[in-house]
Ligand binder design. Structure first.
Ligand code: G3P
Length: 485
């Protein structure tokens, strides 16, 4: 019995058909346009999101049927549509910074502590709440329509569920709800006070279900297929990496990097500006995670290619970095769009330190790849400080950048910890497929699925402790100067 995973990401929509053996089979991927109406604004056309999802699903199925569908998606991105399913505006994407001013106002009102205590998040434009408030404020007639119960809000999963079920189901799962900054992660309910402060009627919010809950069925892909798994993409990758036990940790290297540490039934409050988030909610049981979000990871390689033009293709970065002069270190702080966790410095911009007349493409490439390791090391230290019982841990990695052995070796060196790369790299889609597959009883539960997880390669730290701490000190000094300056 095949399971279809729909992975709706920031730049493309993908569909992957998984077989009985839980291995990825036929897949299809479609990119769609990004809209940047103003500096710092990022939008998607919701129709593009839906069209590319439906088309890629059809292509992956290629006439076959699936026993169930699992959905995973870019998180935090906001769509608002009317009763006829017509979006009232483009989707406002998670990367969009237009609501920085409203976030400053909320902080000035002294709301940060309470909002963090309830939602696990810090006040930042990254999350859905202020984007939704912006739409209600700026789209003609939106507030009146919302108050009359005529508009629906959803993250991308809800938008897809609504369309797949032809308007029968308006729902989301707990992992997506917890990224809105409107959801009380302890009570497991929308927070009426935060909604009231932002003028968001409760009636427009989706029903929040378990990640392996029942999200209706679709008849748009041949036959009737149940929608039985939904999770935000980083949480789905946590599942796909089988990080079920407290203390297990994964990091996904796409455009950005998102590290999630499973903390079990305990919602750990961060003292180091990490996020407290829901890792998954299965059969009513919530498992929490600490999350560190870095905005620039793979994007730094795109910068080498498209900005500096010193490589032709992403895989060229590693061989170039390997030719760098051993005695000539550059430190790159890739704060191209500010810095995320644990610094949260939206106004910071990138900087490079240590330039000499001998600094060339190879040294830039090495500094770029190393910056990903350094940023991950900052997240790991924050996690250890927040949750000392984390102890010695192994980092499970996935995403495009993990194909580079050199980058993974440096990551292990600078963390001083083992780094495990799995055989199946499609961990995000696999996590969504697992939710749906186990929900219908076709795939094993957490234990059996953990047993099936297979290692491709383990990277063990080889750097001497003295060298490691020297490099980390240089990095932290560079970050302090970047944020300060
Ligand atoms: O929080 C944003 C994250 O969910 C986006 O992931 O893979 O679509 O860039 P991705």
């Amino acid at each position: 019995m095949s399971i279809l995973a729909l992975d709706q990401g920031t730049t493309s929509s993908r569909a992957i058909l998984f077989g009985d053996d839980m291995a990825p089979g036929r897949s299809h991927q479609l990119e769609f346009p990004q809209h940047f109406p103003r500096s710092g604004w990022v939008e998607h056309d919701p129709a593009d999101i839906w069209r590319t999802t439906l088309e890629s699903a059809g292509a992956a199925l290629a006439g076959e049927s699936a026993a169930a569908i699992g959905i995973t998606n870019q998180r935090e991105t906001v769509v608002v549509w009317d009763e006829d399913g017509r979006p009232i505006h483009n989707a406002i994407v998670w990367q969009d910074r237009r609501t920085a001013g409203l976030c400053r106002t909320l902080r000035a009102e002294g709301l940060e502590e309470e909002i963090t205590a309830r939602t696990g998040l810090i006040i930042d434009p990254y999350f859905s709440a202020t984007k939704l408030a912006w739409l209600l404020e700026h789209v003609d007639g939106a507030r009146e329509q919302a108050e009359a119960g005529k508009l629906r809000f959803g993250t991308v999963d809800s938008w897809l569920i609504w369309n797949l079920t032809e308007g029968r189901v308006h729902a989301t799962d707990a992992t997506n709800a917890c990224r809105t900054m409107l959801y009380d992660i302890h009570k497991g309910a929308w927070d009426e006070d935060i909604c009231a402060r932002l003028g968001i009627p409760l009636s427009m919010l989706p029903d929040v279900r378990d990640s392996d809950g029942d999200f209706g069925e679709t008849t748009l892909l041949g036959g009737t297929i149940p929608l039985r798994g939904v999770a935000g993409d980083q949480q789905a990758a946590t599942l796909g990496q089988a990080c079920f036990a407290p203390g297990m940790l994964k990091s996904t290297y796409g455009t950005g990097c998102f590290a999630l540490l499973n903390t079990g039934g305990e919602a750990v409050t961060s003292e180091h500006r990490l996020l407290t988030t829901i890792a998954y909610r299965l059969a009513g049981q919530t498992t929490y995670a600490l999350e560190g979000s870095i905005f620039i990871a793979g994007a730094v390689v795109q910068w080498l290619r498209d900005g500096l033009k010193i490589i032709d293709a992403a895989p060229d970065a590693q061989p170039l970095a390997e030719t760098a002069d051993e005695g000539h270190r550059l430190t790159l702080v890739p704060a191209f769009t500010g810095l995320g966790a644990p610094h949260w410095a939206p106004e910071a911009r990138g900087a490079i330190f240590g330039l000499t007349r001998n600094s060339g493409p190879a040294e830039f490439a090495r500094a770029a790849l190393e910056s990903v390791g350094f940023q991950t090391a900052d997240l790991m230290s924050a996690m250890k400080a927040d949750w000392p019982q984390m102890g010695e841990t192994v980092l499970r990695v996935d995403g495009g950048m993990t194909a580079s052995d050199w980058t993974m070796q440096f990551l292990s060196d600078i963390l001083g910890a083992p780094v495990d790369r799995p055989q199946v790299q499609e961990t995000t889609a696999l996590g969504a497929a697992w939710l749906a597959g186990q929900a219908i009883g076709a795939w094993p539960g957490p234990e059996g699925f953990s047993d099936a997880w297979q290692l491709d390669r383990r990277f063990e730290p080889q750097m001497e402790e003295g060298a490691r701490s020297k490099r980390l000190t240089e990095w932290r000094d560079a970050v302090a100067r970047t944020i300060g300056g």
